[in-house]
Design a binder for this molecule. Sequence first.
Ligand SMILES: [Ca+2]
Ligand SMILES: [Ca+2]
Length: 276
Amino acid sequence: MNLKSVFFSFLKFVSYAVIILVIFFITGILPQLYHPPHCELSQARVSMKAIQDAVRKYNKENDKELTKLSNLVPKYLKEIKKDPWGNEYILLPEDGVLISTGPNGKYTPYLFREDSNLINRDNIEIYYKPKLRIAEAKITLDKNKNGRLDTGDRFTIFFTKPSGGKGTGDIDDTQAKPVKVQKNGKDFRFLNDYDPDRDNIREINFSVLLVSKEMLNGDKESDKVVFEVEKLEKNNDNRDIFVCFDPSSTDYVNGTYWDRRGVKAVSNGYAVKIEP
Ligand SMILES: [Ca+2]
Ligand SMILES: [Ca+2]
């Protein structure tokens, strides 16, 4: 094979390749490869991530929280584009969430209505504030000042934000009573042998009295519940006590804690320690 024939077979190969590419273009296969359907989704996520960062920065640097996305311009963002489907992003400042209405361009705050699922299914949501779950638990009254829980002591469980509401979107929804906590504290689980890698975790038998439950009744301002210890199984080995709440145990209708928007609360596992 001489150099000339090599050159010609190369030319032949190139022309075949060009023909195939042209056919792909004409039949629309190539443009589709260049523009996969998930392209807009990732585009939206990238833009929303940038807005999320900007909102967090704004809220950190200003006394009042951001209420309108346009207030981010020009200091925190050069501009706020519409989402890839041509719609404005929605900001829900109280719930700390940023929403794109998705390919169908539709959104409804009425989360429990029948048609809501269909409308909201394609939404993209990014939280810039924490979701509803336990943030901290600590002893707030230590009667005998021993740094341990004993009968008569009180402890407080702090949530990341107030709960309540049913996601109906009604004005009085913040006064909804979706959540009742069990007086014996059974919505919360306690154990003193926390080890995520082990199956055999020992639960503590508490007998506790619910002292304040404003937060669990949907009080807009409250983000905590207070318990008083009535009886504590003897904690001889003096190990730490961990608490977790079961998001499926309380609501008498739906069996769930909701945030005000009607989004299911997040269980925090056992990583929250009751600290003196
Ligand atoms: Ca939608
Ligand atoms: Ca004590």
